[in-house]
Each structure stands twice: as structure tokens, then as C-alpha cells.
Design a protein around this ligand. Structure first.
Ligand code: TXA
Ligand code: MG
Length: 337
């Protein structure tokens, strides 16, 4: 990235302004994490509920103790193993982090991102950068600078363009403030990877259940999120039964004058009749599926479809993160065939 632009961006952050920047997961909307007025601007630009805390991004391990009141042993071990990278750790907050950044909580979410532009921006700014995903609250997270411009263009002074992100799904969030480390949001770093490093880890029971009757612990996970404008319905079952069901439904709805979108894979392109079809990638390539999910959901908005039927992508590993986001985007509407 151009050093002149980075310098300009760091000056905006230092003066309390907002800058959107690429990370390896999704684009972030950054502000000085130690400045309450700057944090407030983030909530205003996104239309984000003020009880939903922000992640403080740091540019070097030494900065961890500037935002955390204490660093538990397991946090140290995990930082060693996964930072810079797509893992966010929740610990007790330091007095230098205002409640405006943590949504009123005494804990703070901390992550060191693995993107050269993100690290350069944080280091040049000289402060930890609070950054949620750079989308309007409720919309799919941005994986391209163009997505940020779509949602926030005109509302923020600067968007750093780093091209398409590598991972495409937000970081794994691990809460280290309880007795057993707990995953509050699944991501690229899986439960198995965490357990190999620090032993037993559990998953917040509020997030993976398909019937969603338990409240998730991360405030941000309780809202409808990652959602396209059109209603999204997941159709789960054996491949040929899914195709047949979607074709039947699409035929009925099309007869009623509705525009029907189908989210499928390279393998099923050509299987659906009379629909707006979009492929998320090859079914066996879980990383491609994660990387393309939000972009494809946004594209359906441009297609102006009335309803989207999605095949299910419920694989292990990063597939768990895809499942979590897709279920939320669909507001847990699943048809089983
Ligand atoms: O990959 C990512 O994490 C991206 C990039 C930009 O780094 N950021 C991101 O931020 O996804 P955001 O604000 O969209 O999601 C942060 C999530 C929210 O669900 C929020 O409720 C939760 O983290 N969170 C933040 N601080 C927390 C805390 N102290 N306790 C519990 N949950 C917290
Ligand atoms: Mg977000």
C-alpha cells in the first residue's frame, strides 16, 4: 500500500476520525480505541446498537498490556500460536480503554490482524484501533473495498483498498474470562486448533443451535446479521432431493411473479430452472466457500430477487463458521428434505 496514503490514514485516526481498512478476515471500520468520541463515530456511521462492543486491534504483542488489565497464561500461549491472525481474545479491560469502545463491559476484545496494511496502519497511528466490520449494521460484512463504499461511502473520509480479503469470514472470538475458554463466534481458527494449544474449549451454546432459543454471549451475535435484503431459506438434505425441492418451490413462486435466487455450488450450476443462480465455489473447497459467502449474498441484492434458496454448507472446520453465518443470514429458516 502507498506509504503516503497510510500516513494520511494514520493522521485521520490520530485526530479522532474513521478509516476503513482491509484485514485478512473482512474490512474493518477503524478509530482510536482509546478515544470515546472516535468510538462513538463508529456506532453512528454503521447504525450499530451502542451495547455492541468493538474489537481493539493491536499492531504488536507489547500493546496487549496497554488494553488488557491482565494477560492470562492461556492468552499468552494463544497469542504466540495464532497472532497475527484471525483470533480475537476477550480479557479484562485496561483503564485506558473507554466504555464507549467496550459497549459498557469491563472486558475487551483484542486481536492482532495478519494483514500488512492493517498492521502498518495501527503501527503508524500509535494507538490500538477499534474496528468492527465496515458494513452497515445488519448487512453482510465487506470482503472488498467496493462493499465498504456501497455501505459507508460519503459517511467516512477514507477507505484503504487492499483488494479481496483472504478469509472472508470474521475472526474466531474466544472468551478467556470464565473458567473454561468459550468460543463466542466460530471462525477460521477452529475449536480443535484451540484445544490443541490450550486444552478444553467449549462453544457458547447460544450460537450453533438451529432453534436459537439460547441467547448468545457476544452481544453482536444476537442480532439478525450478515443478511441480504431478500428472505433467505436454507434447504438441507440429500443433494438430488434439495435440487428437486428448490425447483418445485421456484416454479410455484415464479408463477406468482416472484424472482427467485438460488445459492449453489459449481457442481449444481445448471441444475436449477428459471432462477437467478449464483455459485459460491466448488463444494469441496471450504475455504473458497467462506471467502465468497458475503460477496454472493450482496450480489443477490443487486439481482433484486424476492427470495433466495440456499443449499446447505455445514462441513466441519471452517464450515462451522460458514454454517453459523448462513443460519443467521437466514434467521434460522431451514427446510429439511
Ligand atoms: O474479523 C474480525 O473480527 C473483524 C475484523 C475487522 O477484525 N471485526 C469484526 O468486528 O468482526 P465486529 O464488531 O463486526 O464483531 C465483533 C463481535 C461482536 O459480535 C461483539 O458483540 C463481540 O465481538 N464482542 C466484542 N467485544 C466483546 C466483549 N468484551 N465481550 C463479548 N463479546 C464481544
Ligand atoms: Mg460485524
Amino acid at each position: 500500500m502507498d506509504p503516503g496514503i497510510l500516513k494520511e490514514a494514520a493522521a485521520v485516526i490520530r485526530s479522532g476520525g474513521l478509516v476503513a481498512f482491509p484485514t485478512e478476515t473482512v474490512y474493518g471500520l477503524g478509530a482510536d480505541a482509546t478515544n470515546p468520541e472516535a468510538a462513538a463515530k463508529i456506532y453512528a456511521a454503521k447504525g450499530r446498537p451502542s451495547d455492541n462492543p468493538l474489537i481493539a486491534h493491536i499492531g504488536a504483542y507489547e500493546e496487549f498490556s496497554r488494553v488488557a488489565a491482565e494477560i492470562p497464561e492461556k492468552a499468552r500461549t494463544l497469542a504466540d500460536a495464532f497472532w497475527p491472525g484471525p483470533l480475537t481474545l476477550i480479557v479484562k479491560k485496561h483503564g485506558s480503554v473507554p466504555y464507549e469502545t467496550t459497549g459498557g463491559l469491563d472486558t475487551v476484545a483484542v486481536r492482532m490482524p495478519a494483514h500488512p496494511a492493517a498492521l502498518a496502519l495501527i503501527r503508524a497511528s500509535g494507538c490500538p484501533i477499534a474496528a468492527p466490520s465496515a458494513n452497515t449494521s445488519g448487512r453482510p460484512s465487506p470482503t472488498l473495498a467496493a462493499h465498504v463504499a456501497e455501505d459507508l461511502g460519503g459517511k467516512i473520509p477514507l477507505i484503504l483498498d487492499g483488494g479481496e480479503v483472504g478469509i472472508g469470514i470474521e475472526s474466531t472470538i474466544l472468551d478467556l474470562t470464565g473458567t473454561i475458554p468459550t468460543i463466542l463466534r466460530p471462525g477460521f481458527v477452529t475449536k480443535e486448533m484451540l484445544q490443541e494449544t490450550i486444552g478444553p474449549v467449549r462453544i457458547d451454546p447460544g450460537i450453533l443451535r438451529e432453534d436459537s432459543d439460547i441467547r448468545p454471549k457476544a452481544p453482536g451475535m444476537k442480532y439478525r446479521h450478515y443478511a441480504p435484503n431478500a428472505e433467505l431459506v436454507i434447504v438441507d438434505g440429500e443433494a438430488s432431493a434439495v435440487i428437486q425441492k428448490i425447483n418445485t418451490l421456484a416454479e410455484q413462486l415464479t408463477a406468482q411473479g416472484k424472482r427467485v435466487g438460488v445459492l449453489g455450488t459449481d457442481e449444481t450450476s445448471g441444475a436449477y430452472r428459471g432462477t437467478v443462480f449464483r455459485s459460491i465455489g466448488p463444494r469441496r473447497d471450504e475455504e473458497a466457500i467462506a471467502r465468497h459467502l458475503y460477496r454472493v449474498l450482496r450480489e443477490f441484492d443487486e439481482d433484486r430477487v424476492d427470495i433466495i434458496y440456499s443449499e446447505s454448507f455445514f462441513a466441519p472446520g471452517i464450515g462451522q463458521a460458514v454454517k453459523n453465518r448462513l443460519l443467521k443470514a437466514a434467521a434460522h429458516r431451514i427446510l429439511r428434505v
